[in-house]
Ligand binder design. Structure first.
Ligand code: IPM
Ligand code: MN
Length: 361
């Protein structure tokens, strides 16, 4: 393939630089093996961008994103930035990036690794061969609804959960299509017993289901869904839900995989342009100790090849290489069951070694 592929890396804050640097090794290795003409570039985003430009999402970074084919993001945020005004918070940069690129589809696969069944606090019989996908709506809902703010005297604050039919339809349509190509089960999660937004959500999803006769649709209230996810996770195939509900449910679901350090994500717009990032945060408590698990970010690279570059073969190659390393009992601290663990860098290097070992089973 001669066409140049441009991947922009935004390491961000906290453990972001450590995990993206391991992921970069994987990108380089894949580029060599498959003779892809991949060029990587770096940009400032989050707290590090606030330090330099007084803005978490500066124009320089915006322009680099526009010129890239896909973006790999580490993590944003940290104590140092917690008391900044709202526009300057690293998290606001992340939300602005999602909104401006219209990344309304957030894909969070919850795949259990049999090699890690002892790392989860859930009994292995409930999570063996688990394969769920949470589809989280990412650019509307409670995160973005207006009006929002504090009353002048700071004695009251308010947010608004708001969706229109077209926003609900486009994310549900994605989820139905995905379910149709997988286990043919879709669970739409809402709080329709209390919220009008959820009643509209449910009615819209029901209407759409007429188009997808082969997909078995169910609805679940979000509180029950949280419980069912840990009590009987295998009942789920694809889950679709509102922005905040999806944020919370995906953290809960990470327990099933043994560690939040294992979970990748993709955020896509209608053109399959994507920002790929681990679902974990900047983890300030473990920064610069070379102990953070880079697998979530490396699997995010795998998702990049799957979704933006349409290379399921490369996705599988990366996933298989991760599994091979785990099979050999090599674990980072977060997934280690005894006291032995390997470093962030070692994990990256072992995965690269397995990648080089071969492209087929
Ligand atoms: C996530 C994160 C973000 C979110 C934060 C960092 C703004 O928790 O991607 O899940 O709430 O969406
Ligand atoms: Mn979150």
């Amino acid at each position: 393939m001669d066409k140049k592929i441009k991947i922009l890396i935004l390491p961000g804050d906290g453990v972001g630089p450590e995990v993206t640097s391991e992921a970069k090794k994987v990108i380089n290795t894949i580029s060599d093996i498959y003779k892809l003409n991949i060029e990587t570039d770096y940009g400032l985003f989050g707290g590090v961008a606030v330090d330099k430009f007084d803005n978490p999402f500066p124009d320089e970074t915006k322009n680099k994103i526009i010129e890239s084919d896909a973006v790999l993001l580490g993590a944003v945020g940290g104590k140092k930035y917690d008391n900044l005004s709202k526009e300057k918070k690293p998290e606001s940069g992340l939300l602005a990036l999602r909104k401006q690129l219209n990344l309304f589809i957030n894909i969070r696969p919850i795949i259990s690794f049999s090699e890690l069944s002892n790392s989860s606090s859930i009994k292995s019989e409930y999570i063996d061969n688990l394969d769920i996908v949470i589809i989280r709506e990412l650019v509307s809902g409670l995160y973005f609804g207006e009006p929002r703010g504090f009353k002048d005297d700071n004695t009251e604050a308010f947010n608004t959960m708001r969706y229109n039919v077209s926003e609900i339809s486009r994310i549900s349509d994605y989820a139905f299509k995905l379910a149709n190509n997988r286990g043919k089960k879709l669970c739409s999660v809402d709080k329709a017993n209390v919220l009008e937004v959820s009643q509209l959500w449910r009615a819209t999803v029901n209407k759409l289901s007429e188009k997808y006769k082969d997909v078995e649709l169910s609805h679940m209230y979000v509180d029950n869904a949280a419980m069912q996810l840990v009590q009987n996770p295998k009942q789920f195939d694809v889950v679709v839900t509102e922005n905040l509900f999806g944020d919370i449910l995906s953290d809960i679901a990470s327990v099933l995989t043994g560690s939040i350090g294992m979970l990748p994500s993709a955020s896509l717009n209608e053109n399959n342009f994507g920002v790929y990032e681990p679902i974990h945060g900047s983890a300030p408590d473990i920064v610069d100790q070379n102990i953070v698990n880079p697998i979530a970010t490396i699997l995010s690279v795998a998702m990049m090849f799957q979704h933006t570059f349409d290379r399921l073969d490369i996705y599988n190659h990366i996933l298989r290489s991760v599994k091979l390393v785990l099979k050999e009992g090599k674990y980072t601290k977060d997934i280690s069951v005894n006291k032995d663990y390997i470093s962030t860098e070692e994990m990256g290097n072992y995965i690269v070694e397995k990648l080089k070992g071969g492209t087929s089973e």
